[in-house]
Design a protein around this ligand. Structure first.
Ligand code: OGA
Ligand code: MN
Length: 296
C-alpha cells in the first residue's frame, strides 16, 4: 500500500511503497493524488525512472506543457521535458556564460512554474538524475501559509490586484538579455499575461499568495509602488517558517503544486559538478496540450 508520511505540517510529505516505473493502479494513484492535494510538496525517494516513465506517470495528472525551450538544441529531445541541468547536448558541463546556463540561473529566483502563461501550471515533477555532492538544493515556500499570515488589512488591500507576469522580465532581472537571447518563436509564445495576486485551489478552495519572479508590475499602480508591494510580499513568503529545503539524493522525484507553492534552486559549484534534473509540467485547468504544441 502507498505510504504517505508527513515531514513538515500539511506542507511536505514523503511517499513510499510505490514504483513510478510502472503504471499505478487506481487505488495507488488515488492515494498519490490525495497526498498531492493535501500537501503542496510530495517527495518520492529512490525512483530510478526513464524520461518516458516520468512522462507516463505525469500524464495521469493531466495534459503536459511543452517546454518553452523545445526549439533549441538540448540534451533532451522530448518536447514535454524541461532540461534543468548544467550538461549540454554533447554530455559535457556547459560554460557558465553559455545561453542555457544564463537562462537556467533564472530558476534561482522564487517563482511558480509557468506563471507567465495565460493558463498557468498546476504542478511540476522534478526528477534528479545526477546530483552534486553539496549545494543545488531546491527550496519550497508554502504560499497558502504566506497568505493566511498576512494581516487582514493587507489581504483586503491586495485582494483585487492583478500583476503582469513575464518570462522576459524575470530572466532580465538575472542578467539574461531578453532582446538578443530569446528566439522569436519563444517571445511570441509567452507575452506578458495578467495573474491575480491570489490563486484559489479549485479542489480545496484554499487561497494562496500568487507572486514570484515573473511578476513584473501591478496593473493600475505606479511601477515603483507596485514593485515595492510585490517585493514586500515576496520577502514575507520567504520567511523561514514557510520554507522546506530539499537536499537531493539521486533518483528523488519531487512533485509540487504550482497553484500554492513557490520554489527556487540554490547554487552549487556548477563548473565542477554535474547536476542533471528533468522536469515535467502539468497544465492548469483548461490547458490545451494540442493547441500549445501548435504554437511554433
Ligand atoms: C524547476 C526549477 C529549481 C532547481 O525545475 O522548475 O525551478 O532546483 N528548479 O533546479
Ligand atoms: Mn521552476
Amino acid at each position: 500500500m502507498v505510504q504517505v508520511t508527513p515531514v513538515q505540517g500539511d506542507f511536505v510529505a514523503v511517499v513510499d511503497n510505490v514504483d513510478l516505473a510502472y503504471p499505478l493502479n487506481d487505488d495507488e494513484f488515488a492515494a498519490v493524488e490525495m497526498a498531492f492535494e493535501t500537501y503542496g510538496v510530495i517527495v518520492f525517494p529512490a525512483q530510478d525512472i526513464t524520461d518516458d516513465q516520468q512522462i507516463a506517470f505525469s500524464r495521469r495528472f493531466g495534459p503536459l506543457e511543452p517546454s518553452v525551450r523545445r526549439h533549441r538544441n538540448r540534451a533532451v529531445s522530448n518536447v514535454f521535458l524541461s532540461d534543468i541541468s548544467n550538461v549540454g547536448s554533447d554530455g559535457q558541463i556547459m560554460a557558465e556564460k553559455s545561453e542555457a546556463m544564463s537562462y537556467n540561473r533564472g530558476n534561482q529566483l522564487w517563482h511558480s512554474d509557468s506563471s507567465f502563461k495565460e493558463i498557468p501550471s498546476k504542478a511540476s515533477l522534478l526528477s534528479a538524475r545526477e546530483v552534486p555532492p553539496s549545494g543545488g538544493e531546491t527550496e519550497f515556500a508554502d504560499m497558502r501559509a504566506a497568505w493566511d499570515t498576512l494581516s487582514a488589512e493587507k489581504q483586503v488591500e491586495i485582494s483585487d490586484l492583478v500583476a503582469q507576469h513575464s518570462l522576459a522580465y524575470s530572466r532580465a532581472t538575472m542578467g539574461y538579455d531578453a532582446g538578443e537571447k530569446f528566439m522569436d518563436v519563444e517571445k511570441s509564445e509567452v507575452p506578458p499575461v495578467p495573474q491575480p495576486l491570489i490563486r484559489v485551489s479549485p479542489v480545496t478552495g484554499r487561497k494562496s499568495l500568487y507572486v514570484g519572479s515573473h511578476a513584473a508590475y501591478v496593473d493600475g499602480m505606479d511601477r515603483n509602488a507596485g514593485r515595492t508591494l510585490l517585493d514586500g510580499l515576496l520577502a514575507h513568503a520567504a520567511e523561514d517558517r514557510f520554507i522546506y529545503i530539499h537536499n537531493w539524493a539521486a533518483f528523488d522525484l519531487v512533485m509540487w503544486d504550482n497553484r500554492c507553492i513557490n520554489h527556487r534552486g540554490r547554487p552549487w559549484q556548477s563548473q565542477k559538478h554535474r547536476r542533471v534534473m528533468r522536469r515535467t509540467t502539468i497544465g492548469g485547468d483548461g490547458f490545451d496540450e494540442a493547441a500549445a504544441l501548435a504554437i511554433g
